[in-house]
Write a protein of this length. Structure first.
Ligand code: FEO
Ligand code: CA
Ligand code: CA
Length: 710
């Protein structure tokens, strides 16, 4: 059934681990706390924390009803930002997408592969002009000045807003997660990078904002050198807001502690109903190092917990700017690891880092708005044995799209409560043996609690709910706060996203090969496999503004022919094999889409449709695969199009610039280039509303994707 199946052989190459994550999986597990699982202790802490929180701020605890994202419900708030209606579209016949396409066969092609009857094309590549007047890309003659005007490296998050005033024009915002210097620079010497190479890498990080226009001949999208176009890099000024600002964030260059240069390792994210983009600063730890020494035990504990080593960093940036030197500038590292908010509609705006949402390796941040306008942000901390968080706003969203409402909403993430999750299973512990065998009640499922960590009240006062930690400490050392309250150690929380139609929250846990190994925590019902190579997808029914939830595993990924995989109870002989779920997205009908990173089944990563309800619940269908060495990022699924970011094509331990593993997308003998791709159903040539009407999912947009189906 799986001609390419080579169990146990991960597609993820070591070079990717080093440059994307600072090789975190080769380092010791940063979470060495002995958290109790769940149960009495966590419940007691939760109860005490909630009581304390209750004295601080009135939470919208009555807002427990899941908001159906109907046009009427959204219209009452009129939160549509600048992206048109937020209508989630009508449900398909099963309350889910009609996944009528013929699935793509698992493959190792050096190409983007889509189902028969569909086509795809590159939208924009690393090095293509972003800002008007930017030079064309020249691999052999790169410069920092050019890169700062061109598309950055390794695109990840994608958000697409339709433009109100221009038909078939869209504003694309993309993260550039990291640079892979050996693939960018001929003759790169890891021990002795040049200043120009380092400065090019700074410019290749951050985000791009690019206007796109629909093609009239097919479903393609082409960049336009529009007035909103912008590059944000590792040198762009940001405003750091919230409880972190103060003694832990002041530096020599910034005595205020509130003005940070740049954003780093921006991974997934989402968008807000007021038309801004949220982006997660993920593996920021790897950019900091020192030729000096750090000896203070408390500081070493803080650094260790974030996987930061007081040694030479892989990119050696500390040799070129002392702010990356942990000994010389100890607070600079406290200014990264936040949810970032960017307003793509104002190219002169100063982006914000929101410290009220905590500091960890934020995979992303996605939005749910309750029926009373309370804003809830979900965010995973992507590390083995780390936690799931959410932020619940104190204020409600201001209605309307005027400048006043928008300005008010752009402060809404300043005030609220940050929570961390505990998961409890409902099956006997003895039935969770680490093999992945489904327990006797037929499901991996249970309940959970949200434990408050930090509240910022309407007067801006921050209150810690964690014994022995100040508000600024909780904000900066959020992982340590989660440890103290007994949060549940998960198998790498990646993208977490609420469905725009049902409000259910879906979380990708990508893998954790250390589960149950070498004294690390054993399997539990939410993380049910030891040496978990393939990951799982959790479905959460959350009391969004409240403190309790129910959960179950929708998918336990892996080879469908093996006993340790589970596809929601669906017939496993009829599914597309899936491994290492990473990004979660929704089409306008509420259909779930999952993309993968590091597929351990021996074929290229891809984008899958996943049925969440009806008789096909748990069915996976592979819609698109990416080229050799690449990961599928930032999926957006529209009425007639799907967008993906192809990150790190050709990244391979055996490849080099002289001998590339991929020649995608330019073919011939070219170097691989990370790029944004659009796919469409043949015959589609744009048209009014085709890719319009964004939902509050990760930039997914209106209409019914069913029209993409044959
Ligand atoms: Fe950048 Fe957790 O993936
Ligand atoms: Ca159970
Ligand atoms: Ca990711």
């Amino acid at each position: 059934m799986l001609p390419l199946l080579t169990p146990g052989i991960s597609n993820r190459q070591h070079i990717t681990c080093v440059y994307r994550c600072g090789d975190q999986c080769a380092a010791p597990v940063p979470n060495t706390t002995t958290n109790p699982y769940f149960g009495d202790i966590a419940t007691e802490i939760s109860r005490r924390g909630a009581l304390r929180a209750a004295g601080v701020v009135a939470l919208a605890v009555g807002a427990t009803q899941v908001l159906p994202r109907t046009a009427a419900a959204q219209g009452s708030l009129d939160p549509s930002g600048l992206g048109g209606s937020l209508d989630g579209g009508s449900l398909g016949p099963h309350g889910t997408l009609d996944t009528g396409f013929e699935p793509v066969a698992p493959n190792t092609a050096d190409a983007v592969t889509v189902p028969a009857g569909h086509s795809s094309d590159v939208v924009i590549r690393w090095g293509d002009p972003v800002v008007p007047g930017a030079p064309e890309f020249d691999f052999e003659n790169q410069s920092a000045a050019a890169q700062a005007q061109q598309y950055g490296f390794n695109c990840d998050l994608a958000v697409l807003f339709p433009m109100d005033d221009r038909d078939e024009r869209f504003l694309l915002t993309v993260n550039h997660e990291y640079s892979t210097e050996p693939m960018m620079f001929r003759g790169y010497d890891e021990e002795n990078p040049t200043r120009e190479q380092v400065e090019i890498a700074w410019a290749a990080h951050g985000l791009s904002v690019v206007e796109l226009a629909s093609r009239t001949t097919d479903g393609g999208l082409d960049p336009v050198m529009g007035s909103y176009n912008r590059r944000i890099t590792a040198l762009t000024p940001f405003e750091l807001r919230g409880p972190a600002v103060g003694r832990l964030t002041r530096t020599t260059a910034d005595p205020t502690g509130a003005r940070v240069l740049g954003t780093l390792n921006n991974c997934a994210g989402g968008h807000t109903p007021w038309g801004t983009v949220l982006s997660g600063e993920e593996n920021f730890n790897q950019y900091f190092g020192t030729p000096g020494e750090v000896t203070d035990p408390a500081r070493l504990e803080q650094l260790d917990r974030y996987g930061i080593t007081a040694d030479t960093s892989d990119r050696r940036w500390e040799e070129f700017d002392s702010r990356f030197d942990l000994a010389a500038e100890p607070n600079e590292v406290h200014r990264f690891g936040y949810i970032v908010e960017v307003d793509p509609w104002d190219p002169d705006s100063t982006p914000v880092k929101h410290s009220a949402l905590g500091r960890f390796k934020h995979e992303g941040g996605t939005v749910h708005v309750t029926d009373d306008g309370t804003v809830v942000i979900y965010s995973g901390d992507d590390e083995r044995f780390d936690y799931l968080y959410k932020f619940v706003s104190s204020r409600r969203m201001a209605p309307g799209r005027g400048a006043t409402a928008r300005a008010e909403n752009m402060r809404i993430l300043d005030e609220g409560t940050l929570y961390v999750a505990t998961f409890t299973g409902n099956s006997p512990a003895g039935e969770i043996d680490g093999s992945g065998a489904v327990p006797s009640d037929g499901a991996f499922d249970g309940t959970g609690s949200w434990i408050p960590l930090l509240t910022v009240d309407a007067a801006g006062n921050a209150v810690s709910h964690v014994d022995g930690m100040s508000p600024e400490e909780v904000s900066v050392f959020t992982r340590l706060a989660g440890d103290r309250v007994g949060a549940t150690k998960m198998d790498r929380p990646e993208d977490v996203e609420p469905s725009p139609t049902t409000g259910k929250v879906y979380m990708a846990l990508t893998n954790n090969t250390d589960r149950g190994v070498d004294g690390n925590p054993a399997a539990d019902e939410a993380n049910p496999r030891h040496t978990n190579k393939h990951g799982q997808v959790v479905e959460i029914t959350d009391d969004h503004a409240g403190t309790s939830f129910g959960w179950n595993l929708l998918l336990v990924c892996g080879d469908p022919e093996e006993a340790d995989s589970y596809f929601g109870g669906f017939d496993k002989s009829k599914v597309s094999p899936i491994s290492c779920p990473d990004n979660v997205a929704f089409d306008p009908s509420g259909g779930l889409w999952v993309s993968t990173d590091g597929n351990s089944l021996g074929f290229n990563d891809g984008l899958y449709s996943v049925s969440v309800s009806g008789p096909n619940r748990g069915e996976t269908k592979l819609f698109l695969t990416v080229p050799v060495g690449a990961e599928t990022c930032g999926p957006l699924v529209f009425a007639d199009r799907a967008l993906v970011n192809v990150q790190h094509p050709g990244e391979s331990d055996t490849a080099s610039i002289e001998n590339p593993a991929s020649h995608w997308p330019d073919g011939g003998s070219s170097q691989p280039r990370p790029s944004t791709v659009v796919a469409w159903k043949d015959g589609f040539t744009g048209g009014a509303g085709s890719t319009g009407a964004g939902s509050t999912g990760a930039g997914s947009a209106g209409g019914a994707f069913g029209s993409l189906v044959p």
